[in-house]
Design a protein around this ligand. Structure first.
Ligand code: NAD
Ligand code: DAU
Length: 362
């Protein structure tokens, strides 16, 4: 039995589906179901006894401790987080609470449970912390891609909260010998991606005839990885990673945002042509994100050399699969856009921004 936190979110739900397709070991999915958590992602597991769902806030120390005692997991894969950079700029508090305090609370509950295990169980236990390339900050024009030894320089409140959680995880290994693993991954894309993020927002806005917002000049570069390749990398690190180590994960797919949006438009022109005109005509340049990082790129050499992981998808194959998935799952998008999550945002953040109205532009 393993614990997966944040297993109703984008990457977490892909991971749960992926894990249960490949493993007999059950998953206990611990998720608060914030605006980003969606049990519809896991509808295919409704009658699968190997998927146990617990609605819980990772900041709730008592419940977390009780859950460890009740289920006695052999590993934790920690995805739960506030994940959207724009929201962290608008309201950082929830990012500090979940990403830093929540990770601390989870670490404490996991460590005190781990202390009760036999020597053999202790040695086999793993705590895998899922983090991001954003902790390294922005590359300059002559810099090499991020390696595991690149200095941390987080630039957004989101990135700073993830950096803080990485440091906490590191300290639990160094101080207590707690068996941790950390992964720092580049931008994911693929099925079940919440339509506030660039790729799903572009697809859903294009189909709805709305503007496609490009921040600033659109020349910011991200290194894109298809989500199932990230899930496979996490399984690989969990299985073979050296305790206490960190592993960078990336797809060797550095693309400027404007090129990504143009590619999506071209694929849509081919698959669902408009009666008049082209999708690129919907592109709208809007005010840049404050403090916007210019360039991310991952050197994934360590995980490739040491653990033998390599991405299966190219950007060209993955982006086509992604567009097709959104065309085939318009009811999933419509449900998210129905407004249920807007009420959650207002209750919890007390504010809205343009992107709370999925599909709107600034
Ligand atoms: P997401 O926003 O889609 O999902 C986050 C999940 O965490 C949701 O199901 C939400 O309900 C849950 N959650 C949030 N706060 C919680 C709390 N206090 N207690 C319990 N559950 C809570 O995020 P994602 O894009 O799937 O990212 C998952 C993880 O991967 C995050 O840690 C993120 O930092 C990291 N990551 C994401 C990317 C990416 O491109 N999306 C890249 C690298 C790393
Ligand atoms: O690099 C990994 C990170 O990737 C993860 O840690 C984050 O959780 C994840 O959200 C993602 O962060 P980004 O900020 O890179 O993702 P986003 O999809 O929001 O933006 C991608 C790029 O596109 C970024 O440079 C901002 C730009 N953008 C985004 C939106 C939503 C636009 O130009 N227009 C938009 O409407």
């Amino acid at each position: 039995m393993i614990f997966v936190t944040g297993g109703a979110g984008f990457i977490g739900s892909n991971f749960v589906l992926d894990w249960l397709a490949a493993n007999d070991e059950p998953v206990v999915n611990l998720d608060k179901l914030t605006y980003a958590g969606n049990l519809a992602n896991l509808a295919s597991l409704q009658n699968d006894a190997k998927h146990i769902f617990e609605q819980v806030d990772i900041c709730d120390a008592h419940r977390m401790q009780a859950l460890f005692e009740a289920y006695r997991p052999s590993a934790v894969v920690h995805f739960a987080a506030e994940s959207h950079v724009d929201r962290s700029i608008l309201g950082p508090a929830e990012f500090i609470r979940t990403n830093i305090n929540g990770t601390f609370t989870l670490l404490e509950a996991a460590r005190s449970y781990w202390m009760t295990l036999s020597d053999g169980e202790k040695a086999a236990f793993r705590f895998l912390h899922v983090s991001t390339d954003e902790v390294y900050g922005s590359l300059g024009s002559s810099d090499l891609p991020f390696t595991e030894t690149t200095a941390y320089a987080p630039n957004s409140p989101y990135a700073a909260s993830k950096a803080a959680s990485d440091h906490l995880v590191r300290s639990y290994h160094h101080t207590y010998g707690f068996p941790t693993l950390t992964t720092n991954c580049s931008n994911n894309y693929g099925p079940l991606h919440f339509p506030e993020k660039l790729i799903p927002l572009t697809i859903t806005n294009a189909l709805a005839g709305k503007p496609l917002p490009i921040y600033g000049d659109g020349q910011q570069i991200r290194d894109w990885l298809f989500v199932s390749d990230h899930c496979a990398a996490i399984r690989c690190v969990l299985d073979k990673g050296r305790v206490g180590e960190t592993y960078n994960i990336g797809g060797h797919n550095e693309k400027a945002n404007l090129d990504v949006v143009r590619t999506l438009c071209d694929i849509l022109d081919e698959l669902v042509p408009k009666e008049q005109g082209l999708y690129v005509e919907q592109i709208a340049f809007v005010t840049d994100r404050p403090g916007h990082d210019r360039h991310y790129a991952i050197d994934a050499g360590k995980i490739e050399r040491e653990l033998g992981w390599r991405p299966a998808e190219t950007f060209e194959s993955g982006i086509r699969k992604t567009v097709q998935w959104y065309l085939d799952h318009q009811a999933w998008v419509a449900d998210i856009q129905s407004g249920k999550y807007l009420a959650w945002m207002e209750r919890n953040y007390g504010q809205r921004d343009a992107h709370d109205e999925v599909g709107a532009t600034t």
